[in-house]
Ligand binder design. Structure first.
Ligand SMILES: [Zn+2]
Length: 402
């Protein structure tokens, strides 16, 4: 064996399995045992908590500074944003996030490629690339700028009508998307659409799902309002993002169709508590109240119904705020416990085992055969979830990061 992590209290992705030694070979976990064997290199994790690498299943690696998307996308160079985003990748990895899913940002495709070829360091990235939006949709930050200009920005791919949606899906897949992100309702940070209103029709979403499934992938849908969420679920999406205004019948349908929920509490708390301070566009400050009020009820119901909850911060800009910023994405686990009523162990599962299963990545568990993405923590997050921030060491694919 080439590497072992010894004497730590191990959380395997769903439960604490006690004091174990983890043996790693070629980046893969070979054995988890009480036996003590000689190895080339070992890490002593005595009195430490050892868990699978964390996953942020909803992030936007856009490299924006401050809370205004309009300012970031209209007035800053994408080249500068790329440089910042590569720093974000390093920060996230060092904070214990060994896998992230980017839910819409063209830069993420290239970040993913640069990390995979070893040029920069960062988490495993599952990238949506450019999200798909309807005209006058959430994928346009400002609805006052000329439409052609909005398209020219290159953030979203536009589609209106079934044929156009087929083309849009094929286009983003061709650009290198690992999965497809769509906007099935209005949102908070876009100007004049409303979170409660549906966007894209059943037929439009259905053909996008079809194109994704043809190449073995799936669709993730941004949806706040109940009606739009329901249409998206019926059309075959796999992961539902936000879900803030979901009603009981729709939650039941999610159980039936095996659709997961990413409640994205971090972005909502950030906008609610610090939106003004970080310069969030005025419409965002106005719309946040309604979605924030409802989500804690939704999470409790989702948990009761047995819906798979996965952690996603929806962070898309660096804030400079002590409490919520890029690299402090463990805040989502904290909020799931403090606002969502999850037990600490459930929050840890929502950040490891659950997203790994849903996203189909061979991580999220400390178990033979899994990729050795492991975090060593100087604390006990099953007792105090905030201890998840006390990262001592990160191992990605069997290689020590810090
Ligand atoms: Zn998002």
């Amino acid at each position: 064996m080439s590497l072992a992590i010894k004497n730590g209290i191990v959380f395997d992705g769903t439960k604490v399995i006690g004091k174990k030694n983890i043996y790693i070979e070629n980046g893969i976990i070979e054995e988890v045992t009480e036996d003590d064997k000689p190895v080339k290199e070992e890490i002593d994790a005595k009195d430490m908590f050892v868990m699978p690498g964390l996953i942020d299943a909803h992030i936007h690696m856009g490299g924006i500074k401050g809370g205004s998307l309009v300012k970031g996308y209209l007035f800053e160079s994408p080249l500068l944003r790329i440089l910042r985003a590569s720093k974000w990748a390093e920060k996230l990895l060092k904070a214990g996030f060994t896998t992230i899913r980017d839910c819409g940002e063209p830069i993420s495709i290239h970040l993913r490629n640069a990390i995979n070829e070893g040029t920069i360091i960062g988490p495993r990235i599952i990238a949506a690339g450019r999200p798909i939006t309807q005209t006058f949709g959430h994928g346009e930050f400002s609805h006052d700028i000329p439409l052609e200009f909005s398209k020219e920005l290159g953030f979203s791919e536009f589609c209106d009508g079934v044929d156009s949606c087929i083309h849009a899906a094929r286009k983003v897949l061709r650009e290198g998307a690992d999965f497809i992100k769509i906007f099935a309702t209005g949102g908070v940070l876009s100007q004049r659409d409303r979170p409660e209103n549906p966007q894209l029709s059943y037929d439009e979403i259905r053909v996008i799902v079809n194109e994704a499934e043809k190449v073995g992938t799936y669709v993730a849908a941004h949806a706040h309002g109940d009606k739009g969420a329901r249409i998206a679920i019926e059309a075959g999406i796999k992961t539902l993002e936000h879900g803030t205004l979901l009603q009981d019948e729709t939650l039941k349908l999610m159980v039936q169709k095996n659709v997961s929920l990413t409640p994205t509490l971090t972005i909502q708390e950030l906008i609610y508590r610090y939106g003004k301070q970080i310069g969030v566009d005025e419409w965002g400050l106005e719309k946040i109240v309604q979605v924030r009020e409802s989500i804690t009820r939704v999470i409790r119901k989702a948990k009761d119904y047995g819906i798979t909850i996965i952690t996603g911060t929806d962070m898309g800009f660096e804030t400079g705020i002590e409490e919520i910023d890029i690299g402090k994405n463990w805040m989502e686990l904290v909020l799931l416990v403090e606002l969502g009523g999850l037990k600490p162990v459930e929050a840890l599962t929502a950040a490891t085992y659950n997203p790994a299963k849903v996203l189909g990545v061979n991580v999220g568990e400390i178990k033979p055969g899994k990729l050795a993405d492991i975090v060593i923590i100087n604390g006990d997050p099953t007792y105090n979830i905030r201890d998840v921030a006390k990262v001592k060491k990160v191992i990605k694919g069997g290689i020590e990061v810090n």
